[in-house]
Every structure is written in structure tokens, then in C-alpha cells.
Design a protein around this ligand. Structure first.
Ligand SMILES: Cc1cc2nc3c(=O)[nH]c(=O)nc-3n(C[C@H](O)[C@H](O)[C@H](O)COP(=O)(O)OP(=O)(O)OC[C@H]3O[C@@H](n4cnc5c(N)ncnc54)[C@H](O)[C@@H]3O)c2cc1C
Length: 341
């Protein structure tokens, strides 16, 4: 399925999370009148997460081709540059450290960090240099991603929708539109995964960069809290806050003793729980399912990276402009989207 033959003038976006807001902003920037249908409000789902890490997924250079990680790297490059360009106050370009947790892990992380395919965005650094970037002592080396950072995703969604060409409505519209963009998160045959994040008051002990192990920790933003995430509970759609899950998040930093000690002493201030929608391939479903129907769904655990980029990709394709993805990656995404009904 190909994009529309003529660029759309009117666009209806279903869903007001980061995927919907990213698409709305990209089409509005090209002169389209955009209506966003948001029956339950703006950023009421996973996109309400107070602090999301902006980072690529690294892969080993000697392994088989990793096209979906490569697509995510395309998205990371575009979104991190774009967030700097638009100077969103909801993005902090503090850098990201993907930290090794023991000597064996150091070999694995180093292998990924030195992959030539991502040499433009990631550098390997030893424990001393990693500790300097983090502002806290780290026992092992890390992959350093200087253009990464963290985003108040709900704040960014609201900022993107504040555009003179974008109208947010609470009900479905009956009038005709040139293009519908489905950004309602869920994918048929996809997976739903509950996640909870934790906001703690670390004060002066807070790191100055995003710290990732098998969890992530973001330095304090406007709310003054250090946010840590997150749990990953498949087939659980409930969004109640669960104090009993706190230790499952805190335990993810046990391998970093200085940080773990500070976290044990820090009071918990807030929790955030929501549901992520994923595809079986773990990469978002983005493309045209019909000339008048585009999809940006299943952003899973990486919507801060892929949501804005997917909107740009759809709008650029609809307007026949250069795409923020290689032709092979766009073809791969598009073939999946074409099967979506
Ligand atoms: C605890 C937690 C931590 C996370 N951490 C990170 C992170 O560090 N980095 C990262 O990149 N990502 C992170 N994520 C994932 C990220 O939040 C999601 O990938 C992203 O928010 C998905 O955005 P979305 O717009 O696709 O979906 P959503 O935010 O779920 O938005 C979908 C919208 O569609 C609306 N909708 C549903 N049905 C309809 C309908 N019929 N009509 C109109 N609208 C409808 C919903 O109300 C909702 O507003 C995290 C998620 C969680 C839960």
C-alpha cells in the first residue's frame, strides 16, 4: 500500500498520546488542518509518564542483521536532534549511560558500544569516565550516549498539541477528512504490558545523566524527583499504583552500590502506572494501511524515541519528501503496516 497520491489538507488523528501528538504536529507543520480525537483526554495513557529515557537499543556488530534495532537507531537520531532543535523545555539532553553490572557484562556492553553502525551516537567509557558523566561512582564501564536524555512525555504531548492548526476534540467527528491517522496504541495480535515507575527524592545524591541497567533512572526535572523505571508485567492491564512493586524497581540498581545506597535512603514521593502496547516484533507499526489510513501504533517501551519520529515519517511520506529513515527500513515498516486492517 502506498501513501496518498495527493498530500492531505485535512487530517484526523485518533489518540492523544505521543504517537498522536507527534503525527498532529508533523502534519500541522506542513499546513494541514488537524483534528485530534481524544475521548479520555490528553496523555491519559502511557504517554503520561513523568520521565522517559531517550535512548537507542544497541546490538553486537558480529550478530545477525538487527533491522529493528537499526530502525530504532534511525528514530533515536531523528528524535534527539529534533528535540534539541525545537528546544522543548520538557527534554533534558543530559546524556545516557548504559551501565555494565559486572565484569562479564562489561565485555558485552563494550562489544555493543563499539559497533561501527552506531559509532555516531555511542562511545565506550571506563568506570572512571562513566562516573564523571554520572556524577556518582559507578563500579564498571558504560556505553555513553551524549545526545540521549530524558523527557517529561506528558508535558511534551501537551506542548505539541498547542498549535494553531490543531484542534483537540472529545468526540469522533462525522465530517469527511483526507487522512485518518490511527494512534490509539493497541495493535491486533499485539501485547499489553503494565509498567510502574517510581519518583523518589534523591536530592544532591541524584545522578546528572540517565543511568540504565536493566532499569533506568532519570535525573530530576521540574518536579524535583528522580524517576526510576520500570516494572514489565505482561498481560496485566490494571493501572493501580502498587507500593509492593517498589522494591522490584529499586533492586535493578543493586549492582551500582553508591547509587543503591542513596536510593535506599530516599523517600518515595510518587508512583506512575500505565499500560504499554507492543507489537510481536517489538518495533512500532508505522505506515499506510490504505491511502486514506495511516497507523502509528504499538510503540511499546520506546515511544519517547519512536512517537515523534513516526509522525514525521508519515507526514514526509504523505508529502513526498525525504524520509527520516533509509528506504529499506521504510519498506520493512510499510510492509507490516499494509497488513494492518
Ligand atoms: C512506566 C512506564 C515507563 C516508560 N518508560 C519509557 C522510557 O523510559 N522511554 C520510552 O521511550 N518509553 C517509555 N515508556 C513507553 C512510552 O510511554 C510509550 O511507548 C508511549 O507513551 C506510547 O505512546 P502512544 O501514543 O502510542 O500510546 P498512549 O500513550 O497509550 O496513547 C494512546 C491514546 O489513545 C487513546 N485512545 C484509546 N482508544 C481511543 C479511541 N477509541 N479513540 C480515540 N482515542 C483513543 C488513549 O486514551 C490514549 O490517550 C514507558 C511506559 C510506562 C508505562
Amino acid at each position: 500500500m502506498t501513501p496518498p497520491k495527493r498530500p492531505p489538507q485535512t487530517v484526523t488523528v485518533l489518540g492523544a498520546g505521543i504517537a498522536g501528538a507527534g503525527a498532529a504536529r508533523a502534519f500541522a507543520a506542513r499546513g494541514c488542518e488537524v483534528k485530534v480525537v481524544a475521548p479520555s483526554g490528553i496523555a491519559d495513557g502511557a504517554s503520561g509518564v513523568p520521565s522517559a529515557a531517550l535512548r537507542p537499543r544497541l546490538w553486537r556488530p558480529t550478530a545477525h542483521a538487527a533491522p529493528d534495532a537499526e530502525i530504532l537507531a534511525d528514530a533515536f537520531r531523528w528524535t534527539s536532534r529534533w528535540l534539541q532543535d525545537v528546544a522543548s523545555r520538557h527534554f533534558r539532553a543530559c546524556g545516557v549511560l548504559l551501565c555494565a553490572v559486572d565484569a562479564d557484562d562489561e565485555v558485552k556492553v563494550r562489544d555493543r558500544a563499539t559497533n561501527p553502525a552506531t559509532a555516531d551516537v555511542v562511545q565506550w567509557c571506563g568506570a572512571a569516565e562513566a562516573s564523571r558523566h554520572a556524577g556518582v561512582e559507578l563500579p564498571f564501564g558504560a556505553a555513553w550516549i551524549p545526545t540521549g536524555g530524558c523527557v517529561d512525555l506528558g508535558g511534551l504531548v501537551r506542548e505539541l498539541l498547542e498549535d494553531a492548526r490543531v484542534t483537540v476534540c472529545s468526540q469522533h467527528i462525522t465530517e469527511t477528512t483526507d487522512l485518518v491517522v490511527d494512534a490509539r496504541a493497541r495493535v491486533p495480535n499485539g501485547e499489553v504490558v503494565r509498567g510502574q515507575a517510581l519518583g523518589v527524592a534523591l536530592g544532591a545524591a541524584a545522578p546528572s545523566a540517565v543511568i540504565c541497567t536493566n532499569g533506568y533512572l532519570c535525573p530530576p526535572g521540574e518536579d524535583g524527583l528522580t524517576w526510576l523505571g520500570s516494572t514489565y508485567d505482561r498481560h496485566d492491564e490494571r493501572t493501580d499504583e502498587r507500593p509492593q512493586d517498589d522494591h522490584r524497581i529499586l533492586d535493578r540498581f543493586d549492582a551500582l552500590p553508591a547509587l543503591a545506597e542513596a536510593l535506599q535512603a530516599a523517600p518515595t514521593e510518587r508512583r506512575f502506572a500505565a499500560v504499554r502496547a507492543s507489537t510481536p516484533q517489538r518495533i512500532a507499526l508505522v505506515g499506510f494501511a490504505a491511502p486514506d489510513l495511516a497507523v502509528t501504533l504499538g510503540h511499546g517501551s520506546r515511544g519517547a524515541v519512536t512517537g515523534p519520529w513516526a509522525g514525521e515519517l508519515l507526514a514526509a511520506a504523505a508529502f513526498g519528501e525525504p524520509l527520516p529513515a533509509t528506504p529499506a527500513h521504510w519498506a520493512r515498516l510499510q510492509s507490516r503496516a499494509a497488513q494492518h486492517t
